[in-house]
Ligand binder design. Structure first.
Ligand SMILES: NC(=O)c1ccc[n+]([C@@H]2O[C@H](COP(=O)([O-])OP(=O)(O)OC[C@H]3O[C@@H](n4cnc5c(N)ncnc54)[C@H](OP(=O)(O)O)[C@@H]3O)[C@@H](O)[C@H]2O)c1
Length: 338
């Protein structure tokens, strides 16, 4: 592959893909982007990857393809998750040949409940997102001798100001803290919440592209690893950021949530809730359940590339979320009543 061929970024309008696209451009690459809806500018193409044939303009040699397109929702039916996260990679593989440097973005959570991506059964994963991201990694191993896989945990915004091009499901949390939809902090005592900045991912991918394809299938795992914030500390950071913004706007400050372990929650609070709460409250509790597994990870991710502290990045990202989602950030939590 010629060194001056352009780089293609799929999912180039998303939270991570946008940062990757900008970092590659800043490093001097000619970058083309792909997303379902397409983006502004001549290098941004609309292509529903996995569902449509690629536009002719994309059938050309690429120096590298950075595959960020995915559907990160946790609650898709298995077949939809597979279409979104496995068929997309299959289409990217068909667009490229073995000589293209393929950089595939994955999730630290793709290792599911068993700690690796080998299990094919959905039972080995917390949800269809993890399962489909693991399936994509297995597909890549089966189809390519040389490629990069980059796993990372929850991505917050830019280190400088917390800015994100798109807000993912994680931002349900600050919204829920402001509305009172989360009745308690349900987490294991020593649970960790590993977080990176989109800058970390973008800088890492840019370094990989500069270095060219690896000799085999190379795995990078970005994160704080054993230095990740505890879940309880991260919740404090989120609340401090919200309160910082709320104080500036003369709004009442949010109290800390009562802390309970998952066992206490599942054995005592949930059966009580199911008996006494109204339908809306129950729906909120059920939505919250999806997050529980992520607040109970006590084993740090085995990172290959430890990123700088992300406490400030989390603070700035949440604060910026508040100033860009004022209706949600201004709400006053209503106390839970059965
Ligand atoms: N955000 C995180 O916290 C996080 C953490 C770990 C790993 N990751 C991984 O990082 C990657 C990027 O995630 P993200 O958070 O940036 O996602 P995102 O903000 O939801 O953006 C998804 C991007 O992919 C595009 N896209 C989705 N499906 C597509 C399809 N079938 N064809 C074409 N474009 C498609 C979207 O374009 P349209 O809007 O036009 O559809 C958008 O540009 C994913 O592989 C994800 O698994 C993310």
């Amino acid at each position: 592959m010629t060194a001056d061929a352009p780089v293609l970024v799929t999912g180039a309008t998303g939270a991570v893909g946008s940062a990757v696209r900008r970092a590659l451009e800043a490093a001097g690459h000619t970058v083309h982007g792909v997303s379902r809806k397409g983006g502004p500018g001549p290098g941004q193409h609309a292509w529903h990857v996995g569902q449509e044939e690629p536009p002719d303009t994309l059938r050309r040699p690429w120096r590298a393809v950075v595959h960020c397109a995915a559907d990160t929702r946790w609650n898709l039916p298995d077949d939809e998750a597979a279409r979104a996260n496995v068929d997309t990679l299959r289409a990217v593989l068909a667009l490229t040949d073995a000589g293209t440097h393929l950089v595939h973005l994955s999730s630290s959570f793709a290792t599911g409940l068993e700690g690796d991506v080998t299990a094919a059964s959905p039972d080995a994963y917390r949800n269809s997102y993890e399962w489909s991201k693991a399936a994509a990694e297995r597909l890549l191993h089966a189809e390519r001798d040389r490629a990069d896989i980059v796993r990372f945990p929850i991505a917050m915004g830019a280190r400088a100001d917390g800015s994100l091009d798109r807000y993912s499901g994680f931002f349900w949390l600050p919204a829920a803290l402001c509305s009172g939809a989360v009745p308690a902090l349900v987490a294991e005592d020593k649970a960790l919440l590993d977080i990176v900045s989109t800058d970390d991912v973008a800088a890492h991918v840019t370094r990989l592209v500069a270095g060219g394809p690896p000799d085999g299938v190379r795995l990078s795992v970005l994160g704080r690893g054993d230095r990740a914030q505890r879940v309880t500390e991260a919740f404090d950071t989120v609340r401090e950021a919200l309160n910082d913004w709320r104080a500036e706007h003369g709004l009442p400050l949010l109290d800390g949530l009562p802390y309970v372990t998952p066992e206490q929650w599942n054995r005592f609070y949930l059966p009580f809730a199911e008996e006494y709460l109204d339908r809306t409250q129950l729906l909120r509790v059920t939505a919250f359940r999806a997050y529980q597994g992520y607040l109970s990870v006590t084993e740090p991710f085995a990172v290959t590339d430890q990123v700088e502290d992300t406490t400030g990045t989390l603070f700035r990202s949440i604060r910026l979320w508040a100033s860009t989602h004022q209706t949600a950030a201004r709400r006053t939590p209503r106390p839970w009543r059965a």
